[in-house]
Design a protein around this ligand. Structure first.
Ligand code: ADP
Ligand code: MG
Length: 263
């Protein structure tokens, strides 16, 4: 479904933030990208939707999505894809909510750009997703302004917004890292359910090997702008090729998908 081929991305200084990286995602597949801070994970997934920060530029490579090269499509077409086909959850998604609109209105807009859904189905779908995010008082959350919610609540409201429109492909940049461990496990579990129920493919950036191990079909490991390892979940977790991957795995106490899934 998505095929990134030999992508190199630079910022103003011309030094590659992403060097010659290739990555593919099939329908309904969950691919995690792990790696140290500054290794290029955010740059890579923002590039997919043409959302690089100022100065960021794809200097070579292709990003093929449903037969189109996303590095070549115009802004109009990209907006269409962003709305309807591929959703992104940014690292600071809670902070990115519109401060002067109630959550209910933000969800309504988000659903409306994604698909034709009868008005009366908006609220039930939004409430359902909020409950899945373990926001118990979901009616109140719907009517709240962002400043009335805690940081963790805003984060989950933002994650729900990315998932609410049931995109074909969801890009999520460390969506749960600011959440406490129990909530994080629940949110991650809901992302997996989204895939199971709607066939949503997901690219998840995470620095949590436990999360990657629990969720992923395949895992990519980035280091210093390069994809140093990419393989099936079992290959990467149980038979890592790179010392760097072993070090990342070694940093996780008692790694095991089951344990994480149960929490
Ligand atoms: P990660 O998400 O893995 O932490 P990033 O993609 O944010 O890594 O960063 C990769 C590299 O690109 C780093 O060297 C970082 O300093 C650089 N970089 C990231 N964002 C910018 C930016 N807006 N301007 C210039 N350089 C940037
Ligand atoms: Mg990042």
């Amino acid at each position: 479904m998505l095929d990134i081929q030999n992508c190199t991305i630079t910022y103003q200084n011309g030094i590659p933030a992403v060097s010659d990286v290739s990555l593919s995602v099939s329908e309904g597949e969950i691919v995690s990208i792990v790696g140290e801070s500054g290794s290029g994970k955010t740059t890579l997934i923002r590039a997919i939707l043409g959302l690089l920060p100022p100065g960021g530029r794809i200097v070579s490579g292709q990003i093929l999505f449903e037969g189109m090269d996303l590095t070549k499509v115009g802004e109009q077409q990209m907006q269409d894809i962003r709305g309807r086909r591929i959703a992104m959850i940014f690292q600071d998604v809670g902070a990115a909510l519109d401060p002067i609109q109630r959550i209910r209105n933000q969800y309504r807009e988000s659903i409306a750009v994604h698909e034709k859904l009868p008005q009366k189905e908006y609220a039930p779908r939004a409430l359902d997703m909020l409950r899945r995010m373990h926001l118990t008082d979901s009616e109140r959350v719907m009517d709240a302004y962002p400043f009335e919610l805690s940081g963790g609540m805003k984060q989950r409201v933002g994650i729900a917004m990315g998932m609410i429109a049931r995109p074909k492909l969801l890009l999520a940049d460390e969506p749960t890292s600011a959440l406490d461990v129990t909530i994080q496990a629940q949110v991650v579990h809901q992302m997996k359910k989204l895939r199971d129920e709607y066939g949503t493919a997901i690219i998840l950036v995470t620095h949590n090997m436990g999360v990657a191990s629990y969720l992923s079909n395949r895992i990519g490991v980035m280091r210093q702008s390069k994809m140093v390892e990419f393989g099936t979940r079992d290959q990467v977790i149980y038979h890592p090729r790179e010392q760097y991957t072993k070090d990342l795995l070694g940093a996780v106490p008692k790694l095991g998908g089951k344990r994480f899934a149960e929490s």
